[in-house]
Design a protein around this ligand. Sequence first.
Ligand SMILES: [Ca+2]
Length: 194
Amino acid sequence: MNHRLISLTLVTSLAAACSGAQTGDDVVASPDAAAAPDAAPAIDGEPGAPDAAPAAALILDEVFAAGVTGGTYEEDWVELYNPNPDPVDVSGWHCTDDPTMPMKGVFPADTIVPAMGYLQFAVTDASVGFKLAQGGESFTFFDAADVMVDTVTYGDGEAGTDTNVVSYARIPDLTGAFQTTATVTPGAANPATP
Ligand SMILES: [Ca+2]
């Protein structure tokens, strides 16, 4: 009788042990199951890449409004940056310093912003039909589909004067808000700090 009781106890214990092991397997399996849903968003995220590709927007990075004959800069200018891996031809794109006249100026032929590069573009009567006012105004440009690409509005003297050679630039370069800087950098990266 005692032997049978011991045997039954052992069988019961083994069964419990096996059951526990299975439970343990289930616990181990749960993280695997949880991992699958984690992987799904990664797959969902991939279609997001093509969405980013068409965003070939250029960046208006710096403006200088105090061009003067004989000065450091003889013409007003803006600096554009192309974050794309291919050059962007902006010939025919529109720009303006008057929000009521968005089609005021047209970028002339052969105006190309290099891939991952900067373009210092002269804003003159000869190039687009207007200049930038030292007293403050806006500069806005539009792509070939007349969709606004970027804009900036500066105040009196913020983008330079005849006696103060400063520009109005995104600081830090490309990503920051516009502010006045004495480190004027046409066609090159803006400083990290004013
Ligand atoms: Ca610059």
